[in-house]
Design a protein around this ligand. Structure first.
Ligand code: 5GP
Length: 119
């Protein structure tokens, strides 16, 4: 079982930002920037080649809510969407990275960012 399936079934903890019956969004454990998070489908899909298009649309709908959260709480100045496949994909469970951009920003711990985003 891949690590993201374990996060979904609760075997591995995560800093959850959003959850519904189809997807889960949580902070990346090794963020490139403050608020770097991942949106994953709860059903296992490996990558862009096998994901259901309705699920993909839902992921992008949810990404708008997360974008607003990041804007409101972290004052992000840009947002990069990344989705890796094949040899450049470390975890073989579809995930969309949301990576905030800041002109100037001091890196904070994942715990601190989670506190800011959920308080
Ligand atoms: P990929 O290269 O597959 O697109 O990126 C996988 C991402 O998942 C990486 O940014 C990595 O830091 C993150 N990641 C890997 N294992 C875990 C984990 O157990 N928990 C969380 N929250 N993120 C993880």
């Amino acid at each position: 079982m891949d690590i993201f399936c374990k996060i979904i079934n609760g075997e591995i903890p995560s800093y959850k930002l959003y959850e519904d019956e189809i997807v889960l969004c949580f902070l990346d454990i090794n963020p490139d920037t403050n608020g770097h998070c991942l949106i994953i489908p709860k059903k296992h899909y490996t990558d862009i080649n096998d994901i259901d298009l309705d699920v993909l649309k839902h992921i992008f709908d949810v990404s708008k809510k997360i974008k607003k959260l990041l804007e409101d709480k972290l004052n992000i100045e840009g947002l990069t969407y990344i989705q890796n496949n094949g040899d450049v994909q470390e975890v073989k469970h579809f995930h969309l990275h949301l990576k905030p951009y800041y002109r100037n920003n001091e890196k904070k711990s994942v715990e601190e960012i989670y506190e800011i985003l959920t308080k």
